[in-house]
Ligand binder design. Structure first.
Ligand code: SF4
Length: 388
């Protein structure tokens, strides 16, 4: 089944480390943007795949089945609940959306309260992903985040009070000046709240991020690489002890609470992205939308497709993607499934290269299954370079 991604490119302030496709919140621009997204989703009924390239499958009059809707950003919780409802409604008109759908909204702690969250639930949202990043105020300030630790915890409690039974928290590790012990304080604070799902991201300081200058000015540094590895492994172990089982390099969940939407990215699935800069992959065709918010709005308003760079993936690219993303999962990849889907014998094609990672304890193999060990996950890029 297809997953539907809705990009919301607005933020109340721009964080000093961010390199996502986003801009400052402007209520008028947001209203026009929501109109454009609704129009783009509706237009999808008529043109399921951008027609600038050969389309492998003919258009079907039957709406495609979809079972997940994911509002990502930016800060989707800057949308009014009524706007979320309109977009969910447009998805229901254009797709055959499963009754047991997963509808996720990413939310920043400072932009939500109990009443707003209850209204999101009424609008059809049933999963919340809260961008906590840290439970230590000094770290949040260094990241120029707008919330503090108390607001993050209160946002979580508000979500529970509003009836959300599927709540994920995002945390960031390897922050400037953060020690292993301080990182684990945030992990313990998250565990104490008992979320259903946790995503742990390693901070990447981009060359032109304002954070880089902030760090130079204040003489902040990141802990040594070995400490970053300890942070990762110790966090995953603590989460496991608390019943949050790692299922992907950066994600852990209680049983039955893995992100159904994100699993599509890691299991060779299909998804359609709506909104500026959103990516789509379907029927072996990949495309993305115009990145600029205003250009996107203007393009959709004149009835044109915002899709650019549509192209059919080669069989080698599809295979490479399947191996790359599959290895991100704790369950790893199944060589038999790869053989069936792509007609490639994994061991014959990559065996010699994979052997040294098996010997080094970064990969493990059991019959047809191949997966990264936790240590291997720390060096995933190195292992995955075999498939490039
Ligand atoms: S809230 Fe998220 S998307 Fe917005 S600026 Fe901060 S990091 Fe970037």
């Amino acid at each position: 089944m297809t997953g539907l991604y809705i990009h919301v490119p607005f933020c109340a302030a721009i964080c000093n480390y961010c390199n996502f496709n986003r801009g400052l919140f402007d209520p008028n621009l947001k209203r026009r943007y929501v109109d454009a997204v609704v129009r783009e989703i509706r237009a999808h009924r008529d043109t399921p795949v951008p027609n600038s390239q050969p389309i492998p499958n003919p258009q079907s009059p039957i709406p495609s089945p979809a079972d997940t809707i994911y509002f990502g950003g930016g800060t989707p919780s800057l949308l009014e609940p009524g706007e979320v409802r309109r977009i969910v409604g447009a998805c229901e008109e254009a797709f055959d959306v499963a009754r047991d759908r997963e509808v996720t909204l990413e939310a920043n702690p400072e932009s939500i309260d109990a009443a707003r969250l209850a209204a999101y639930r009424d609008a059809g949202v049933n999963r919340l992903s809260i961008g906590v990043q840290s439970f230590r105020n000094a770290e949040l300030r260094r990241l120029s985040r707008l919330h503090d630790a108390d607001r993050a915890a209160a946002a979580y409690q508000d979500a529970r009070a509003a009836g959300f039974d599927n709540v994920s928290l995002d945390l960031m590790m390897w922050l400037p000046q953060q020690s292993v012990g301080e990182w684990l304080e945030s992990i313990d604070a998250a565990i104490a709240l008992a979320p259903d799902h946790l995503s742990l991201y390693l901070l990447e300081v981009y060359p032109n991020a304002p954070l880089k200058d902030d760090m130079a000015r204040a003489k902040w540094s990141q802990a040594p690489d070995d400490d970053a590895a300890t942070m990762y492994v110790a966090a995953m172990e603590r989460l496991e002890d608390a019943g949050l089982l790692q299922y992907e390099i950066s994600n852990a969940a209680r049983r039955g609470r893995r992100s159904r939407h994100n699993l599509k990215y890691w299991t060779d699935g299909e998804w359609l992205g709506f909104g500026c800069g959103a990516h789509s992959t379907r029927d072996g065709v990949r495309w993305k939308n115009i990145s600029s918010t205003t250009e996107y709005i203007e393009t959709v308003a004149r009835g044109a497709s915002p899709a650019v760079d549509a192209r059919c993936l080669t069989s080698d690219e599809r295979l490479g993607d399947a191996l790359f993303t599959g290895l991100r999962l704790v369950d790893g990849i199944d060589a038999n499934a790869i053989q069936t889907r792509y007609g490639v014998d994994l061991w014959r094609r990559f065996g010699a290269d994979l052997e040294r990672f098996l010997d080094a304890g970064l990969l493990q193999r059991d019959g047809a299954r191949l997966w990264l060990t936790r240590r291997g996950m720390l060096l995933a890029h190195e292992v995955m370079s075999v498939f490039v």
